[in-house]
Design a protein around this ligand. Structure first.
Ligand code: GLY
Length: 572
């Protein structure tokens, strides 16, 4: 299924003189913008938030790269063409299943600078400033993405210099903006001026328009330093000097030592069984895998399929397990290198059974019976996910982020990339909600070198130890609850991958005490839940943007990009 925009929306025809020769040819012609939303292919597929990024991943697969090569190239192109969330200045997580049976999870989450401290956002009156944890230089954690890409590269087949070339060419020669991209940059102008000390490629005195070309010369130079010097081309030398100078101009905390000391960490994947399937996801410092585990185990023996998709009974049960898992998140979850997260206890079948003892099918469990609190919810979902499979069956799921849209809104002067505002994902003060309305305490308190708790849930579901579903989404705290629904839509409600991701979603995170539904969600079910006593939040226009690949019984790969954005599939 290909969505063709009837107007001649601009699309980049790639260049003929790069490392790749003619990079993008065939269906993509200049000024003809097309997004493929769904493909069924025999070999490899890439699904990401931007058609150019998916095409770059495909190109790498066709050049002999494997799924890890393609995931690296796709992320690098996202850093150029999707600056809201694709990034060099942020962090992420990769989950992979290789054909030799090896399961990987790589943590390249940002890290608190050495000079960070527990109460750094609290003033002398005891008031915590989310303004400072969410915007500008003080909001930035030490970036992890570049460390992650180079660490992952040991499982790739092609030279890093080859994988980074499409991103360099797109930054150097530019790409043509769609209407949505132009609008997004126009919204950003005031904040760009507020949080930057030198002019950036994204700033303009006249509004951006559809068809304008965004050229990122400074970013191209940074990417070239990475191409020539590897990881040191970012964490040391000129790029590091530019980051530290930017921090000094804006009173941020990141130092040369912070950058030099950054390491991506291999973790043991968070894996569990569900009705004979093996679910492989991300462990701490992401809460994603653990929350998914808790939620899936709390519904496993309750015959959801018989209740029916988004019936009041099914939604009520799923809402109640979401609430219990998120209450646990606020108290027990944080970077396990700094805090003893009781993972085994939180997933112990007896514990989960006990947790469900207060569950009633005719009324909400009062929130204060789960844990007390009162927070406001502010929506921001700028993270991005990509799912990749290659012809051999290697599977990779990556979720990566700057946190909010365009992160801290601070661009490193002379280096051309946005820095994250990930410090807000720490609990800046017990009970003070972050931008997703999530609260926390000791487990997720700020500490130098610690990684802030995430909700990102890149996940691979295995059937007979082979990849069956590769899935993930942006969406802050809605990420685990969407991955939960996407997987159950297939395993319990028998949906196609397309329906599973595109049907309207719902979300509850314990606090704020409200059930949020997406536009198009069944009005009958919403009314039934309201009648049962569930406070309903404001209906949301879109919840997340899931990218999914499902491997069919005949081996064909069904790849689907979320219909909510300009996300696209590429495959062969
Ligand atoms: N910054 C969003 C998350 O990591 O969950």
């Amino acid at each position: 299924m290909t969505q063709r925009h009837s107007l001649l929306l601009p699309f980049l025809l790639f260049f003929t003189n790069g490392v790749f020769g003619q990079v993008f040819t065939g269906k993509n012609q200049p000024f003809q913008y097309s997004i493929t939303k769904k493909m069924v292919v025999d070999k490899g597929a890439v699904v990401s938030a931007h058609p150019l990024a998916s095409e770059a991943g495909l190109l790498i697969l066709q050049k002999g790269g494997n799924a890890v090569d393609a995931a690296i190239a796709t992320q690098l192109v996202l850093a150029v063409v999707y600056p809201n969330a694709g990034n060099l200045g942020g962090g992420g997580f990769m989950v992979a299943h290789l054909t030799n049976g090896k399961r990987l999870s790589l943590d390249y989450r940002e890290m608190a600078p050495a000079a960070a401290s527990r109460d750094m956002y609290i003033d002398s009156n005891g008031v915590a400033s989310t303004q400072k944890s969410q915007n500008g230089h003080l909001a930035c954690g030490v970036p992890g993405t570049v460390g992650g890409l180079f660490e992952a590269h040991q499982y790739a087949k092609l030279p890093f210099a080859t994988l980074i070339q499409p991103a360099i060419e797109l930054a150097e020669k530019g790409f043509v903006l769609t209407e949505g991209e132009a609008r997004s940059l126009n919204y950003l102008q005031n904040e760009l001026r507020k949080y930057n000390t030198v002019p950036t490629a994204f700033e303009r005195s006249t509004p951006w328009k559809t068809g304008d070309t965004l050229i990122q010369t400074d970013l191209a130079a940074t990417l070239k330093r990475m191409q020539h010097k590897g990881k040191a081309g970012f964490y040391e030398g000129e790029t590091a000097t530019l980051i530290v100078a930017e921090m000094k101009r804006g009173k941020g905390l990141i130092t040369e030592n912070d950058l030099r000391n950054y390491v991506a960490k291999w973790r043991t994947p968070h894996a569990f069984d569900y009705k004979g399937y093996q679910v492989v996801s991300m462990p701490m410092p992401s809460s994603g895998g653990l929350l998914l585990h808790q939620m899936m185990k709390m519904v496993e023996d309750r015959n959801l399929a018989a209740m029916g998709f988004q019936s009041p009974a099914a939604v009520q049960l799923m809402t109640e397990v979401m609430r219990r898992a998120f209450a646990d998140r606020s108290k027990y979850m944080g970077d396990a290198d700094f805090y003893p997260v009781p993972v085994s206890k939180l997933t112990d079948p007896q514990y989960l059974k006990m947790r469900m003892e207060s569950y009633r099918s005719d009324a909400p469990t009062p929130s204060q019976d789960l844990e007390p609190g009162n927070v406001n919810f502010h929506e921001s979902e700028e993270t991005t996910h990509l799912s990749v499979i290659d012809g051999d069956g290697n599977a990779v799921a990556v979720t990566t982020t700057l946190n909010g849209s365009y992160g801290s809104k601070t661009v490193v002067g002379g280096a051309g990339f946005f820095l994250n505002n990930e410090m807000d994902d720490f609990s800046i003060k017990p009970g003070v909600p972050n931008m997703f309305g999530a609260i926390g305490g000791e487990a997720n308190a700020i500490h130098p070198g610690k990684r802030m708790l995430s909700s990102m849930t890149p996940t691979i579901v295995l059937k007979d130890n082979k990849p069956y579903i590769i899935v993930g989404t942006p969406g802050g705290t809605t990420i685990p609850t969407q991955v939960f629904q996407n997987i159950l839509n297939i395993l319990e409600f028998g949906m196609t991958a397309d329906d599973a991701i595109n049907k309207p979603k719902f979300h509850h995170q314990w606090l704020p005490d409200e059930l949020v539904v997406e536009r198009g969600f069944s009005a009958t079910t919403a009314a039934a839940l309201r009648k049962l006593g569930y406070p309903m939040g404001k209906e949301r226009g879109g919840i997340g943007r899931t990218e999914i690949i499902l491997v069919r019984a005949d081996g064909k790969r069904e790849a689907v990009a979320d219909g909510r954005g300009e996300d696209a599939v590429a495959g062969y």
